[in-house]
Design a protein around this ligand. Structure first.
Ligand SMILES: [Zn+2]
Length: 402
């Protein structure tokens, strides 16, 4: 739909420019004076073959202030269609023209950087964008110039994210975290610190990890990921009460992520002395979480505790009661499991068949979804690979999910 609209714009612009050139440069009596290349390029555009339109247009449509938009539209259209090498040719061809005004040059450089970035030529894109940023860092840039600088910085940050250059990304993020974008980039910066903290944790640089965690929380106090990393760090240092405290914070930060904290929380409680009051505290916490986030993972964690305390029958009753209010297939599978252990003969066979059906129903279903763009996946990610937002992917709740 967007491509068709752009195609329309390109065609109209091309016709308009051709008409203007015709009027300006050719005698009025000569009505059919467009060159064959021009018609050929136009035909390719009309046949939705913009890649083939490149050569005729470059040969015949001179780059000047009147035709700049046509060239840019053609370059943009090619990029959107994935013809990145041809988009580069179109944009480089514009830049080869020495008569362009400085602001037009900067605009085209930004477009070329977009081509390089999409083509994975990160070094080239970075060089171009850093140079652009330098040229645009004037004392009092015009509104248009500061908009270009902002667009350039958004592309630079994308490069640093892909290169995992977290400190550089933080630097640029701080420049972008102003006005309407404050919340978005503060959240991104918090995740950059989280990424760095996770790297430190992996390399056993615990002090650096602790500092990064503290910086991350400073930029977004509601970032549940920070508590998950801190919980893991405390577990690594066998400081179980601190780990439990950190992980429990998620309930008030962003309760949809409580299911993500259950595994480390179980590990932290296992590390603690197995006093009955500690067990009760964990159970009470899970029940409180269930009030805020109806999640089958919480129910199943509770079920493990209840099974130890009160046996299979009590657990089956508890799960069945929960499923009446919040039916989920994972819960059903667990319920079947509890009955299989206490059943024999044909009934057991039937339950096994039922269980394999339930498993097949959720086997290929995504477990997580991005609330910004709708991207779905089977594993938890903090950075959406589709819309590139941070902290927007959440567990899917409902029949086939949590
Ligand atoms: Zn997304």
């Amino acid at each position: 739909m967007l491509d068709s609209w752009l195609l329309y714009v390109v065609i109209v612009a091309a016709i308009g420019v051709g008409w203007l050139l015709g009027r300006r440069e050719r005698p009025k009596s000569n009505d059919s004076a467009y060159s064959p290349n021009y018609y050929q390029g136009l035909n390719y555009l009309l046949n939705e073959e913009p890649d083939r339109a490149v050569a005729p247009f470059l040969e015949d449509l001179e780059v000047n202030p009147d035709t700049l938009e046509t060239h840019l539209a053609l370059g943009g259209l090619l990029r959107r269609r994935g013809e990145l090498d041809k988009a580069v040719v179109v944009h480089e061809n514009i830049l080869a023209n020495k008569q362009l005004k400085p602001d037009a040059v900067l605009r085209v450089q930004l477009e070329l950087a977009r081509d390089y970035l999409l083509a994975g030529l990160l070094d080239r894109a970075e060089d171009l964008l850093l140079n652009l940023n330098k040229q645009l860092s004037q004392e009092n840039p015009s509104r248009q110039m500061s908009d270009l600088r902002r667009q350039g910085r958004k592309l630079i940050i994308e490069i640093y994210e892909r290169e995992k250059e977290w400190h550089r990304a933080i630097e640029v993020g701080e420049m972008l975290a102003v006005g309407n974008d404050t919340e978005k980039y503060e959240r991104s910066i918090s995740h950059y610190y989280c990424e760095f903290a996770e790297e430190c944790l992996k390399n056993n640089q615990l002090d650096m990890a602790r500092q990064a965690i503290s910086d991350a929380i400073g930029h977004d106090a509601t970032n549940a990921r920070v508590s998950l990393i801190l919980g893991q760090l405390e577990i690594n240092e066998q400081r179980y009460p601190e780990a439990i405290r950190a992980l429990k914070r998620i309930k008030s930060q962003d309760p949809v992520y409580v299911p993500e904290s259950l595994e480390p929380l179980v590990a932290a409680y296992a590390g603690e002395d197995k006093q009955p009051e500690t067990k009760n505290e964990f159970r009470d916490y899970l029940l409180e979480c269930l009030d805020v986030t109806p999640s089958i993972s919480i129910v199943l964690t509770l079920a493990v505790h209840l099974r130890e305390e009160r046996g299979d029958e009590a657990v089956a009753k508890f799960i069945a009661n929960y499923l009446k209010k919040n039916p989920t297939i994972r819960g059903l599978s667990q319920l079947i499991d509890l009955h299989i252990d206490n059943t024999h003969g044909v009934s057991k066979q039937n339950l096994l068949i039922l269980r394999s059906f339930a498993e097949a129903l959720v086997a290929n279903k995504p477990a997580y979804r991005c609330k910004s763009c709708g991207f779905e996946g089977k594993k938890m990610r903090w950075h959406c690979p589709s819309c590139k937002d941070w902290g927007t992917i959440e567990p899917i709740f409902g029949l086939e999910g949590e």
